[in-house]
Design a protein around this ligand. Structure first.
Ligand code: TEU
Ligand code: CA
Length: 552
């Protein structure tokens, strides 16, 4: 029988389908492209892939604006291609997690077209969140709310009514108090589960339940109560979510093994529990490391807090450094210290990017490698973002005319947006589109320096970042035991050391000079190092700056 706990310590690799591999040379990555790269995923050693949206979409938000939840974007392939991809992944022992986007549909979804054509007060409008405008003919929005992507959160439809969109205007929010909406998503979950999908990543999981019955408060007032998050906010992190996800859970449990789900919920760590509960989605992304500086104090605190979280919820930990929404960590870690705020990489930099000239690329990559071996040593599941195994930095030099991300076009203060982490992967140094596809086409331009990060170059180099990931993921499979961790005190402030069951020991030097480990640790065998290690140093227990070693 299939292991129902397969997800607890899985290494999950996020694929951004349009930028992974292009099978037909149109410059857009597709499902046959993913199928053709299954051997790469096997060699990398991941347990599962999570696919960002591959559904029909006008791409107002990179596919997070879904026109049809139970189909494949024709540019990416067909449902048959999907089935072939699932079969190839499963034959290789790799599970598949699909992204599901329940907070909003696209404005081109059949339901939204119906809503626009239907009168005020109709059943078709009730699937979304329509409200009368203010002023004599409803010409003013119902409130001054702002969308996350910038600009007003209400959009007029011409008859005095406005609809709510927390993201782009092309992403109208669905009304989860509506039974038809709930039933349709249950149907979608069954549709993909029946096609072999092993789990779901739930987009904006904290946003579905809304209560707009009371008079609408001002934007400023709501922003002020957002972080307090006591459940009283009309838009985020509400109690009613439990009931919604309990229904999903019943459907997940109809399958053997049960389908899994991981919540994308940008809530305070103390408010994450409801999503990870076993009666709910069962797992929740922990974005604490993604927001942290490369710092022993911060990493220590985050690990402790989340080990506690796992114990309290019975879920497993999730560890994330990068995804398709943030500046790649090889770049973040190359920032000068003064760009980092208290306890967080400057949020501006994380979400918006900044000038490339401020980045020390070599330091960034060195720290990224050290951080990776720290993360892969932790108990729980590791979510990796495509390209991080190549040590890819953020691509800064995308011409404005080529940019696609709505945050770039709409959000005040966003300098470059999220395209720089979504550039198609380099597979072959010396090929058109660096082997992304059979032609030179690439939907986002690839920089010339991508050649030195290409898979073929790194495969041939035992010291490359790709080789390190491959060895680490293989070793992790061998060493992985109980979800336990014990800190080892080494009395060196820049160093964190912990031991996993079976004697697997992970030591990270976050500092900028070498350290020597205490007696008792020097005798251990070095299994893996994130940085070149001179044999004499290894024997003497020296850990170089910004490096992690695995010992036993
Ligand atoms: O992200 C949700 C979310 O809150 C992020 O939008 C984050 O605040 C933002 O990226 C900062 O610019 C999810 C998806 O991961 C993201 O790609 C989508 O744009 C968003 O939902 C809307 O579906
Ligand atoms: Ca293609």
């Amino acid at each position: 029988a299939a292991d129902p706990d397969w997800w607890r310590q899985a290494a999950v690799y996020q694929i951004y389908p349009r930028s992974f591999a292009d099978s037909n040379g149109d410059g857009i990555g597709d499902l046959p492209g993913i199928t053709s790269r299954v051997p790469y995923l096997v060699e990398l050693g991941v347990d599962a892939v999570w696919l960002s949206p591959f559904y029909p979409s006008a791409l107002a938000d990179g596919g997070y604006d879904v026109d049809d939840y139970r189909n494949v974007d024709p540019r990416l392939g067909t449902l048959d291609d999907f089935d072939e991809m699932v079969a190839a992944l499963h034959a290789a022992g790799i599970r598949i997690i699909a992204d599901i986007v329940p907070n909003h549909s696209s404005n081109l979804h059949e339901w939204f077209r119906e809503a626009l054509a239907a009168p005020k007060g109709s059943a078709a409008r009730d699937r979304y969140i329509f409200r009368d405008g203010e002023g004599p003919d409803g010409s003013e929005p119902p409130s001054d709310w702002l969308s996350i992507f910038g600009g007003p959160a209400w959009h007029p439809v011409g008859d005095g009514q406005w609809y709510l969109h927390l993201f782009a205007p092309e992403q109208p929010d669905l009304n989860w108090a509506n039974r038809e909406v709930r039933d349709d998503f249950l149907r979608t979950i069954r549709f993909w589960s029946d096609r072999g999908v092993d789990g779901f990543r739930v987009d904006v999981a904290h946003g579905l339940a809304k209560d707009l019955t009371a008079p609408l408060r001002s934007h400023a007032e709501l922003e002020a109560t957002k972080l307090a998050a006591d459940g009283s906010h009309p838009l985020w992190d509400r109690e009613e979510l439990d009931e919604i996800y309990a229904e999903w859970r019943e459907v997940f449990d109809e399958y053997d093994p049960p389908r899994i789900a991981v919540a994308e919920a940008w809530v305070a760590p103390t408010r994450r529990h409801r999503y990870a509960a076993e009666t709910s989605l069962g797992q929740a992304f922990n974005f604490d490391l993604l927001r942290a500086n490369f710092s022993s104090e911060e990493f220590h605190e985050i690990v402790d807090r989340n080990m506690e979280f796992a114990a309290e919820t019975g879920s497993s930990n999730t560890w994330v450094f990068s995804n398709h929404d943030v500046v790649r960590h090889a770049t973040r870690y190359g920032l000068p210290a003064d760009l980092s705020g208290e306890g967080e990489v400057g949020k501006d930099w994380l979400l918006r990017g900044g000038p490339a000239s401020e980045v020390d690329a070599a330091l960034g990559l060195r720290r990224a490698r050290a951080a990776t071996l720290f993360l892969l040593g932790l108990p729980g599941s590791a979510y990796l973002y495509q390209g991080e195994e190549l040590g890819l930095p953020e691509v800064a030099e995308i011409p404005d005319a080529s940019r696609q991300d709505p945050t770039f076009f709409r959000s005040p203060g966003v300098e470059v947006g999220r395209d720089g982490c979504r550039v198609p992967l380099p597979w072959v140094a010396d090929a058109p589109s660096f082997g992304f596809g059979p032609s030179a086409a690439s939907h986002l331009p690839q920089p010339a320096w991508f050649s030195s990060f290409a898979v073929d170059v790194q495969s041939a180099d035992p010291s490359s970042t790709l080789s390190m990931y491959r060895r680490a993921l293989a070793l992790r499979h061998e060493l992985q035991g109980l979800e336990q961790l014990a800190w080892i005190s080494v009395e060196l402030p820049s160093v964190l050391a912990f031991q996993r069951p079976g004697g697997w020991t992970v030591v990270t030097n976050f500092g900028s000079s070498s350290v020597t480990l205490p007696d008792g640790m020097r005798e251990l065998e070095v299994l893996l190092s994130s940085a070149p290690l001179d044999p004499a140093d290894a024997a003497a227990g020296v850990v170089p700056p910004a490096a992690t070693v695995w010992l036993r």
